[in-house]
Design a protein around this ligand. Sequence first.
Ligand code: SAM
Length: 282
Amino acid sequence: MRPAITSFFESEIDLTVVATLLFCRKMCALGSHQHPPENEVRALFDEMSQTYGIVHVISSLGFAYFWRRRCAAAIRRNSKSVLDVMSGAGEMVPILIQQINPQATIRLVDFSSGMCAKAEENSRRWQRSGLKITNENALQLTSKDEEFDSVTCAFGLKTLSDAEMWRFASELWRVTKPDGVVSLLEFSIPSSRLLHPFFKLYVKWYVPILGKLFLGNPDNYRKLWHYTCLFRSCREVIQHFERAGFETNFQSHFFGCATQIVAYKRSEECLKIHREHAHGHY
Ligand SMILES: C[S@@+](CC[C@H](N)C(=O)[O-])C[C@H]1O[C@@H](n2cnc3c(N)ncnc32)[C@H](O)[C@@H]1O
């Protein structure tokens, strides 16, 4: 039999150890809420490239497809040149093909070589002339100034830090033609308190389990939740696009589970007409 005093101290020590472990766990969780460095994001998507397409279709219960359609619908149908940036395996391409001028050129840009290779593989199915896939960083595009009539970006914003978001907005301003349109879409934290627990359950558990089922690494899909938490919604980043010069329009889909920014690069001529109207000079 141990003396009562010894077991009292032992249980105290146990409690201290448990408390310390819980504290460390909490700190690790907070630490992982930092924006990831570029090479980490690239490696993550390289690893996910084989499973991303199928997991995304099933995990979004078809919503992602409809939201991408909304994203593409915001650009000009008569665009001659379209850039789809952070293009992944080209998930946006079938929708763009349906919605825009058949003669338009489509440029896909992604910095993950795994995703670009998957897009190359998929492009054999699309058989679209004028489609080019480029493996490069969206924050440092090799495209010429004012090269594109329209730009789309679906589900790529969440891993960018504030500084990177500003570089991205400036880069999109540079490559977009005057009177061009940029349409940006991202998963977001729903504003409704009622929906929030379901959304959390969905992104934190359902998506990683699907990731596991489809031979992916569930931790990769779990990271999506961390990045979405950090990003919150397109509303938080709208100021970067306005500061770059765009006139913006914010849209929310399905109670804020996805949000969208449609950014217009008004030409000087258009701005002049607008100013004249505002001052009553017709
Ligand atoms: C969640 S996937 C989205 C793919 C696709 N647009 C879609 O609709 O599903 C995000 C993609 O953005 C790419 N990405 C993230 N940051 C990037 C950057 N700075 N430059 C280029 N691509 C980037 C990743 O490699 C990844 O393929």
